[in-house]
Design a protein around this ligand. Sequence first.
Ligand code: NDP
Ligand code: MG
Length: 407
Amino acid sequence: MGMISGSVAKSPEVKPARTITLLGATGSVGTSTLDVLSRHPGRYRLHGVTAFASDAAMAGICIAHRPTVAVMIDEAAADRLSTTLRAAGCPTRVEQGEAALEALGRDASADTVVSAIVGAAALLPTLAAAESGKRLLLANKEALVMSGDLLMSAARASGALVMPVDSEHNAIFQCLPATSTGICTKGVEKIILTASGGPFRTTPLEALRVATVQQALAHPNWTMGPKISIDSATLMNKGLEVIEACRLFDLDVSDIEVVVHPESLIHSMVRYVDGSVIAQLGRPDMRTPIAQALAWPERIDAGVAPLDFTEVAGLHFEKPDPVRFPALRLAFEAQAAGGTSPAVLNAANEVAVEAFLAGDVAFLQLAELVERTLVAAKSAPARDLPSIIQADRDAREIARRELATLN
Ligand code: NDP
Ligand code: MG
C-alpha cells in the first residue's frame, strides 16, 4: 500500500543512512532494536553501543554489527571485550566507564540515540543526548521520571526530537495529531494508559504475601528485563508511566487514567472532548514502537506479524485494584506532590526491586518500602541536576535504612 493518489511514484530509499547509538544494547529493548536495525542495513548504521558488564553478549553484537565504539561500565568486562574483539579481528574501539558513556550520548557522530539502559543510570547519557539536539528514542523511563522538567526542557532548548519507545507512550504519540511545532494535546479529555495487570492480576491478596521472584518475573504478555518485569507485577511500572506521560506530553496527573486491559493489544488511547477515542493496537512486541520511533514520519518493516482480528478472542477492560497494587496510587501522589518526589519514588523503588530480586523483601513490602521512603524524605524543588542527583542519593539511603527495619 502507498499513496492514495493514483500516479505518484514511490520514492526510492536513497537517503544517507542515519547513524545510531544504542545505550543498553545487551538488554531486552537493546536486542529488539538491533533486530529492527538489521532489517534495514542501508538505512541505519550503528555508531555506538553500551552495556554494563555483559561482555560476551557485547562481543557478539560488535562482531555482527561492527559499531565504531563500544562502552562497558565494568572495567574487567571492558578488558575482556577488548581481548575478544582483537582476537576476532573486529575493529570496534572499546571504552570504559561512566564518563565514556556520557560522552557517547553526546557524540556528534550519531544523529540518533536509543536510550535503553535500565534505571537511573541512564540519566546522564540520556540528558547528554537531549542536550545535543539528536533524535532521542526513549525507552528508559526512570531518567524521565526522576528528572523533573530537566530532560524535556533540554530537548526543547537543543531542538532534540524525543520519540517515546515505551509502548503506551508510543501509542499515545500515534493517537495525537502532529503539527509543524510538535504534538498537539488540544481537545484531549483524558489519556488512557492501558496496563496488562501483570502476572498477579487475579491473584488474591493472601497469595501475594508469599509471591516468589520467579512468579513475579513471569509476565503473561511481554518478555522484558527483570526490573521492569517486577515493576509490572506491582503496577509500579504503570505508576512510572503515568509520570512519564505527564513529562512527555506536558500533562497534569488528573489528565491521565489507567485501565487494565489483559490482552495487551490496545497499547493506550486518547479520549477527546468531542467523545472520540483513538486507540493504537498491535501485537505486544517492542519492535513495533522501536521501528515507529526510528522511522517516523515514515514506516518500516519491524519483523512483526500482522495482527489478525479474527484470531482475537476479545478485548477486556477492568479497573486497577488499589488494595493489591498500592504502587499506582503512590506514583499519582508523588507526581501531584511534584519537585523531587518522583525522583524519591523512583530511587526507593529501584532499591526495593533490587532487594526483592535478591530475596531480601516480600512482594507486598515493595510498595511499603517506597511509601515509607516518600514519607521520610523531604521533597524539594527539582531545580537542577545536582538537586535531582542529591534527592536520588538521599532517597536510596533512606530506603536502605527502612529496608533494614523491615526484616
Ligand atoms: P534489561 O535489563 O534487559 O537491559 C538493561 C540494559 O542496560 C543492558 O544493556 C545492561 O547492560 C544495561 N545496564 C544495566 N545497568 C546499567 C548501568 N548501571 N549502567 C549502564 N548500563 C547499564 O532492561 P530492558 O531492556 O527490559 O529495559 C530497559 C529500559 O527500557 C528500562 O528503563 C525499561 O523500563 C524500559 N522499557 C523496557 C521495555 C521492555 O519490553 N523490556 C518496554 C518499555 C520500556 P548489561 O547487559 O551489561 O547488564
Ligand atoms: Mg510500557
